[in-house]
Write a protein that binds this ligand. Sequence first.
Ligand SMILES: [Zn+2]
Length: 342
Amino acid sequence: MSDQMRLFGDVVGHQRVLELLAREVAAPANAYLFVGAAGVGKATVARRFSALLLCPEAGGHTGECRSCRRVMSAAHPDLIEPDARQGLGVDQARSTIHQASLSPVEAARKVFLFDDAGTMTDQAANALLKTLEEPTATSVFVLVAEFEEQLPTTVASRCRTIHFGRVGEPMLVSALVERGVEEAQARVVAGLAGGRPGLAFSLLHSDAASAFRQQWLAVPSRASSRPGESFRLAAEMLATVEPLLEDAGEELPKDERMRRRGRLALLSAGLELVASWYLDAAAVQLGGPIRNKDVPLAMLTSVTPGDAVTRAERTLDAAVDLEANLRPQLLLADLFADLALD
Ligand SMILES: [Zn+2]
């Protein structure tokens, strides 16, 4: 790992982008535009990149130096961050331009970090444009937005654009597990997050996420072969998704197709939880490791290892079918009837 990469140590995914930015530090462009979906990690990377740009040791330290620490806590005199909560207006742009004309206080340069550059008014963008057109050797602009089109072309074309893709689900799950999250829980939040680590981390603290896990882990002991009951249980399990979607709130796109994808990802995470219950039931009797340590042993031993493995497979098959099935309630009702022991 190069020295510069150390500062990016806690970022999930985006390896190629991080390597590129670490190389940029030696001779940075005048302005960068970070674009990508909400919650994907742009702001996290932008702050660390700012730290790297201001660090007197260029990130060449194992912990954090004083300069880097101050950037992380937004308290470095050469890091200018316009407050975008009310949108970025012309006054903020003017004050930024003025600061860009001053010499750095401590570091070799000044960094201007615009977290919500997409909220910039046209007036503000025009004012800023002059500064971007006449760059000084001691200022670097880092603009963060969801799409390039959120900014006027005149501004975007002055920036070096860095695209942030989604983080792969297996990588997200293992990053969460590395941070001490239980694997089943990690799968639930990663499933909902759709490749956005920021959303995954915020869901970890959601009560709805842990209720979701408990509800799905209770399915094996509630499954019934009576058609009416398995159908009711299916309706109930379908509804478990809604509070999570609610908690994901504004970070989840309003786009109906994306919400459908989020819903499917959650249902399949729920089914994986059910399968993990059965695999635990087999493991506890055959002496293997258990994933859901909070499920009472007496429940896990109520099904024979052979039956447990068959049911785990049946459940995982259903998770695959879900993707193509337009009637998830029927699919789940059929599955729950098959899982019943009575
Ligand atoms: Zn440093």
